[in-house]
Design a protein around this ligand. Structure first.
Ligand SMILES: Cc1cc2nc3c(=O)[nH]c(=O)nc-3n(C[C@H](O)[C@H](O)[C@H](O)COP(=O)(O)OP(=O)(O)OC[C@H]3O[C@@H](n4cnc5c(N)ncnc54)[C@H](O)[C@@H]3O)c2cc1C
Length: 333
């Protein structure tokens, strides 16, 4: 048994101060961190409970027409918030596609951004080899069962995928993450928040040691009318995505003025399909254009031995999600 100390931070300054000590981790809803601790994957010496910090649990309008979602807003509150449901339905749908109602009631926005991969070789310490858990030990997944693993952006060190549904929608919406640390505040564009594994798969994000996520900012809403989050999984609920697609459009009749497409379940970070977006923008929405764009989105895919099916699955999911978005938010998958 290892002793763990617990501290409740009442404000940001005291959380940052507490996090200066080595071996300290923040705890939000605890729905990921406690599982990792029970499994021996995470071994903090000290937990700083951030859920009592005032002012980080609200959703507020920004002067530019965007929205600020505090890092301590619970996933269920974010999903059901009126402004998010009506102006950013892509985000609401993605949140509701994740986990279960009970988990969403506990999970925070900041914790969701930081949740760790569900690669079974990472989660089970009986496996010796996991570069994400023990840098330099190898990757058991590359030769092992890798049906659920990455097809884009993987490295020889790690083929794990990011499991967050919420993050896929935030990537498509061009959110920014607000963080504060010992050196002050910074704003991180969403595309630069999560990382690809390269030769440091133990590091999932660009958050610096001790930094605290305080909020996620959304730009003014442009995609409320045509948005769809499609999650393809082994079970209809309570399962992580094999492939997911966040699709949002601005339409002039049947012509796409602007397209946003991000993929989940395919890479170590939410994967923005920028080439496909460019191919579709300014084009009439036709099956041929959509199929070409979906093929281009997966052009660089490098599947593992068990997951070649994900390439076609992702292409088809893009086509379906974009078509459903075009049909109007609220369409049924
Ligand atoms: C059975 C099950 C099924 C699930 N299914 C899904 C699913 O389908 N889709 C999906 O997206 N998710 C799913 N999840 C994951 C769930 O969404 C996450 O566990 C949750 O979002 C994490 O939020 P939390 O507040 O509980 O984080 P915690 O567990 O408290 O923390 C997670 C990590 O974030 C760090 N952290 C927390 N807040 C901050 C902050 N403000 N700043 C810096 N670091 C911070 C912590 O130090 C820790 O490292 C599932 C979880 C379970 C247990």
């Amino acid at each position: 048994m290892e002793a763990i100390s617990y501290e409740r931070a009442g404000d940001v300054a005291s959380a940052l101060r507490a996090a200066q000590q080595p071996g300290t981790m923040y705890i939000g809803g605890g729905t990921n961190l406690l599982d990792l601790m029970k499994g021996g994957v995470a071994r903090p010496m000290r937990l700083v409970d951030i859920t009592h910090i005032g002012g980080l649990d609200t959703v507020a309008s920004l002067p530019d027409g965007g929205l600020r979602i505090g890092a301590l807003v619970r996933n269920s509150d974010a999903a059901n918030h009126m402004a998010i449901r009506t102006q950013y339905p892509l985000l609401s749908q993605a949140l509701l596609a994740g986990a279960s109602a009970q988990l969403r009631n506990m999970a925070t926005v900041g914790g969701n951004l930081m949740q760790r991969t569900r690669c079974p070789y990472f989660y089970d310490i009986a496996f010796d080899r996991c570069n994400k858990r023990t840098p330099g030990s190898g990757c058991a997944a590359i030769e092992g069962h890798n049906r659920t693993h990455a097809i884009l952006g993987a490295s020889a060190q790690c083929i794990a995928v990011n499991p967050s549904d919420m993050s896929v929608a935030l990537a498509a919406l061009d959110a920014v993450v607000r963080v504060v640390g010992p050196r002050g505040e910074r704003v991180v564009p969403f595309a630069a928040f999560h990382r690809l594994p390269e030769d440091r798969p133990d590091t999932d994000t660009t958050l610096l040691p001790g930094e605290l996520i305080t909020a996620v900012d959304l730009p003014p809403p442009l995609f409320g009318d045509h948005a769809h989050y499609l999650k393809v999984r082994d079970r209809a609920s309570y399962a992580f995505a094999l492939v997911s697609v966040a699709a949002a459009l601005q339409l002039d009749g049947r012509t796409i003025r602007q397209a946003r497409i991000a993929l989940g379940g395919v890479a170590h970070k939410p994967w923005r399909a920028s080439v496909a977006e460019q191919m579709l923008s300014g084009q009439p929405l036709t099956d041929a254009a959509l199929n070409r764009a979906a093929a281009a989105a997966l052009r660089d895919a490098r599947p593992q031995h068990d997951n070649a099916f994900k390439v076609q699955l992702a292409q088809r999911a893009i086509v379906r999600a974009v078509n459903l978005a075009a049909g109007g938010t609220g369409g049924v998958a």
